[in-house]
Design a protein around this ligand. Structure first.
Ligand code: TPP
Ligand code: MG
Length: 772
């Protein structure tokens, strides 16, 4: 993991700190001031946020990190990561020149789009931090399951801004990480005490370390650099230290910005005891001394990283200055501040870089220094190439549908997993389930009874040992395959993100299945988006859903998740009505999890037990996988169809029976994925516009037999807009039924009547549309 450190070349590391500060600033400058802008829009970038962590990142990448370590980089320090790879020879100048341009290096590190190896995408602050803790847990899981040698374990590192400590997801994650006793995780806070808007409040100062220490993290506070520490021992030093300890964030930042004269004046006024120390320095030396914080002090950083080589999770609080070494250092508005051409030229001159040599990796370094710096860079042991993504590692067996004339999709889900577990095999062994305290109520219980809970240290099943009757075994070992989480849906999605990247990060593809109540998807939405954004692959099973969850009612009813799925790239929504559809979709999900052109899958299930349908043949399957099929074929040229999705199938069938005599040729269309149908429709239009031509999409083919101007009554236990768009495909008239309000408890007949999903309402809607 960590490199032996017999005397790292601190001077060379300091020069690398300068190189990174320069290259990140220049990359941003080039994009904003030199590159032609066809649209006149500001490009942006964060020179101050980069300068705040170049020393930390130089010490990490060119000294502390080993080849198995994985890092989530503070989003707006992305240019520093690219500069590191530029020096390593693994990033091109063209990419730097195209920062924030189309196809160029991304604004924030992106696993999927950047050309350099990025372990974790970042951008939404807090999430990149937390995912490293879950990645540590995944690493332990793989080690315990014999998929990774213990000596191959790396450290999961998060480089974070101090304002990220305000994100609640950090603490949810900290609690979960503590329960699972994670290790090999470092979080390094760039403690510049500035956020986007201004300087941050100091009242939390002494609390962050206490919070982490309470969860058994080692907290290493890197406050003053070596020069300041030495000065504290000089005459006047004690007074200086006392004053600095009491100095507020805004004051410190403002004085940093104002410089040596201001420091002197202020100290003489507030702390006259510092005079001997002030008298022995000119303004420039005084400013350098007072801004000598440990987060910019190479010796302090190397010492701290070397001192934390065991597996104890560690929080480093590295005091820094936002914009360190730049003209707007410490200014409260510097978050998006850009140096003007005069200022960047002054910085270039100060670093000894000749005009025209701005992109030269070693510009401004004398011969000996250049050699030493290059040697250090060559010594870096971090991965320089993007890792191949592991596809199709496991054969997916046919997933049979559970038998039973009446079933709910939720019960069938539990049954399918139980059967998979009993049958055994490579897929079953690679499945990992996880749930935020709804394992039992989402029907994962039987699977967990079979495969056990995962814990690094065994957890006794006290109730079983005491022979207290219980349907649910609850003992854990390191061979278990279910990771139980506390009730924090955000953590569920971060866990799925980390499990879904196991192949990319550690070489072994896992098949993660997470369960959650459908309404509570919204609780973890940004983390779900984050997981999809970095192309983590998993199966999300959301149940129960809609108002069909019945008497549970009220705040548990879900309305908009189908719309969320419709708008979420990287996540395919299937809404099965019958157990055989569910089996088909689970098999497809396992295929998609490991296919290069695959994606994650969201299954919206229900606890409602309904009669299953007879299948004359297997023809329905291809349509179901593509998003829909005719459960009752319409007559050619038919004027009408009922269109339904999911749990409401019995009402749709009953309404079809009730209407078939009055509406000859009436069809009944099962929509298994509004999401896929819409995508196919868009794809067709894109193909046409792109001159590629394209066969009619699945939804166009499905609707083609109907007469032009035919009427569709659409039904879904969820937002009606999920299906109402179908009218736009071929110009059919639509009467959309679904749920737009929520909050009532009641029996299903009560609720379906109230929300107009019952047979009478369907018939009424049809009459209005077809018969008028
Ligand atoms: C979830 C989220 N909310 C808001 C933002 C916008 N934003 C980007 S950086 C930032 C403040 C960052 O401050 P800090 O973490 O201290 O980083 P620094 O730039 O000071 O190093 C904000 C609010 C974001 N990226 N993500
Ligand atoms: Mg900050």
């Amino acid at each position: 993991m960590l490199k032996k450190t017999s005397g790292p070349d601190l001077d060379a590391l300091r020069l690398l700190d300068d190189r990174l500060r320069w290259l990140s600033a220049w990359t941003i400058h080039n994009a904003n001031h030199l590159r032609t802008s066809p649209d006149g829009l500001k490009v942006g970038g964060h020179q101050a946020s980069c300068a705040s962590m170049t020393a930390i990142m130089a010490a990490l990448y060119f000294h502390a990190l080993g080849p198995n370590d994985k890092v989530a980089v503070k989003p707006h320090a992305g240019p520093v990561l690219h500069a590191i790879h530029y020096l390593l020879g693994s990033q091109s100048r063209e990419q730097l020149e195209n920062f924030r341009g189309f196809g160029g290096m991304q604004s924030y590190p992106s696993r999927t789009k950047d050309k350099i190896p990025v372990d974790f995408s970042t951008g939404s602050v807090g999430l990149g931090v937390a995912v490293t803790a879950f990645a540590s847990l995944v690493q332990d899981y793989l080690i315990a399951h014999g998929e990774m040698a213990p000596d191959q374990a790396g450290r999961m590192v998060a480089l974070m801004g101090d304002a990220e400590l305000d994100e609640g997801n950090i603490y949810e994650c900290l609690i979960e990480a503590y329960k699972h006793d994670i290790r090999n995780c470092w979080w390094i806070v760039d403690y510049n005490r500035q956020s986007l808007d201004a300087t941050t409040a100091e009242r939390m100062f002494r609390r962050f370390d206490e919070i982490f220490a309470a969860c058994d993290w080692r907290v290493v506070t890197l406050k003053y650099g070596k020069a300041l520490e030495a000065a504290f021992g000089e005459p006047g030093g004690a007074a200086l230290k006392a004053w600095l300890e009491a100095c507020g964030n805004a004051d410190y930042a403002a004085l940093t910005y104002l410089g040596g004269g201001a420091w002197r004046e202020r100290l003489l006024k507030d702390a006259p005891g510092t005079r001997p120390l002030l008298d022995s320095r000119d303004d420039e030396a005084l400013a350098a001394l007072l801004t000598n914080l440990a987060g910019h002090d190479m010796e302090s950083l190397v010492e701290a990283f070397d001192g934390a080589r065991d597996e104890v999770p560690t929080l480093f609080i590295a005091y820094t200055i936002k914009g360190f070494g730049l003209p707007f250092a410490g200014h409260k508005d510097n978050h998006s501040g850009l140096m003007n051409p005069g200022q960047i030229a002054a910085l270039r001159d100060r670093l000894g870089i000749a005009e025209g040599e701005e992109w030269e990796p070693w510009a401004g370094l004398g011969g000996n220094s250049a050699e030493a710096v290059k040697a250090l860079v060559e010594d870096s042991r971090i991965a320089k190439a993007k890792r191949e993504r592991p596809w199709n590692q496991v054969e997916v067996p046919a997933i049979p549908a559970p038998a039973g004339e009446e079933q709910s999709t939720q019960a069938a889900f539990g049954r399918i997993l139980l059967d998979l577990s009993r049958a055994g095999g490579a897929l079953a062994d690679r499945v990992v389930t996880t749930s935020p305290d709804v394992t039992v109520s989402t029907n994962l219980g039987a699977w967990v009874n079979q495969r056990g809970l995962f814990r690094r240290s065994a957890l006794a099943d006290v109730f079983a040992a005491a022979k207290i009757p219980s349907a649910q075994k609850w003992g854990a070992t390191d061979a278990g395959q279910h990771i139980e989480l506390g009730i924090a849906e955000n953590n569920l999605f971060l866990m799925l993100a980390a499990l879904g990247l196991a192949g990319d990060l550690f070489g072994t593809r896992l098949f993660p299945i997470g369960t959650v109540y459908d309404p509570f998807i919204a609780r973890g939405l940004d983390a779900l988006n984050y997981a999809c954004y970095q192309d983590a692959r998993f199966l999300l099973v959301a149940t129960p859903s809609g108002v069909t969850l019945g008497p549970e009612g009220g705040a548990h009813q879900s309305i908009n998740p189908p719309l969320i799925a419709l708008g979420q790239p990287g996540l395919r929504h299937y809404e099965p009505a019958f157990a055989d559809e569910l089996a088909l979709f689970m098999e497809e999900a396992f295929r998609l999890i490991q296919a290069p052109d695959g994606e994650s899958v969201y299954l919206r299930l229900t606890t409602r037990t309904i009669p299953q349908v007879e299948r004359p043949d297997e023809a329905w399957k291809a349509g179901a996988l593509a998003g829909g099929y005719w459960l009752r074929e319409p007559a050619p040229g038919s004027d009408a169809a009922l269109v339904y999705s999911g749990a409401i199938a019995p009402e749709a069938l009953a309404a079809w029976e009730a209407l078939r005599d009055d509406v000859p040729g009436l069809g009944l269309l099962a929509i298994t994925s509004p999401d896929l149908l819409h995508r196919g429709w868009s794809e067709r239009r894109r193909g046409r516009w792109g001159g590629r031509g394209a066969a009619p999409s699945h939804v166009e083919q499905l609707l083609a037999p109907l007469a032009p101007g035919a009427g569709l009554v659409t039904l879904l236990d969820g937002a009606p807009a999920s299906l109402s768009w179908l009218g736009g495909v071929l110009g059919h008239r639509v009467s959309p039924l679904g749920i737009e309000r929520f909050g009532q408890t009641g029996t299903l007949p009560d609720l379906y009547r109230e929300y107009r999903l019952d047979v009478d309402s369907i018939v009424e809607a049809a009459a209005e549309l077809f018969l008028d």
